[in-house]
Design a protein. Structure first.
Length: 228
């Protein structure tokens, strides 16, 4: 993988996010803060509205974050490790959500937790796809960062695991979205048992199983691609 190319991609992606920053005058900014030293060559970059922060510093911080290796101790990427942690956390959160509604009768809490999980996972997966496709240039480029390269047979096994994971990774958000949308449209407000409850239970359990398999196969892919 060519780090320079990935750095350029990260910069190109981040530049539109910081267009509202402008370069401030070092002399002017120093004078405003009572700094009169002629040797002060610090470049002060300010938001167009107010405050003082360097556009270049923002780019460097975000670019280094995107280009950094994963935080779990393997040669991956920050977003990949973040999504893996999200996958590991989603199943206990789903179980707790079911506990709330089934044993405690807390329908509002159940709904809010489901919506919160859906939003967080949508943002995490979206950011992950941007990182993987636009910054890293594909999952194989991340695999190439391994200190011990995979053999051809191992790489083929990784592809098989990835395809298995994608079956659930594609179906689970669709099924989960259908479950949530129908519940929001057909359940009373505030949520309570209704005529839609039997179908909601079936869709809910199907979603939980699908999301659990997404999580398990995702962690399986991470292990065979980056850990073993």
């Amino acid at each position: 993988m060519k780090t320079a190319n990935n750095g350029d991609a990260a910069t190109a992606l981040l530049n539109p996010m910081i267009k509202h920053f402008r370069i401030g005058s070092p002399c002017k900014d120093s004078a405003e803060h009572g700094e009169t030293s002629g040797n002060d060559t610090r470049s002060v970059l300010q938001p167009a509205s107010a405050g003082g922060i360097s556009r270049h510093a923002v780019v460097l911080i975000l670019e280094r974050l995107l280009m950094a290796d994963g935080f779990l101790g393997f040669r991956t990427s920050f977003m990949l490790d973040f999504v893996v942690c999200a996958l590991a956390a989603v199943v206990p959160a789903l179980v707790f959500s079911i506990y709330l509604v089934k044993f405690k009768g807390k329908y509002v809490a159940h709904r809010n937790l489901q919506l919160g999980l859906a939003v967080v996972l949508l943002i995490a997966v979206g950011a992950f796809e941007v990182d993987m496709q636009m910054i890293q240039g594909g999952w194989q480029n991340v695999v190439d960062k391994r200190e011990i390269p995979l053999s051809a047979d191992q790489l083929q096994s990784v592809r098989y695991v990835l395809w298995i994971h994608l079956v659930f990774a594609v179906s689970s958000p669709i099924l989960w979205a259908v479950t949530i949308v129908l519940a929001l449209k057909r359940m009373p407000k505030p949520p309570a048992p209704s005529d839609h409850s039997p179908l909601h239970k079936k869709l809910g359990w199907a979603s939980v199983i699908d999301l659990t398999l997404t999580s398990v196969t995702g962690l399986w892919f991470y292990y065979v691609a980056f850990v073993q």
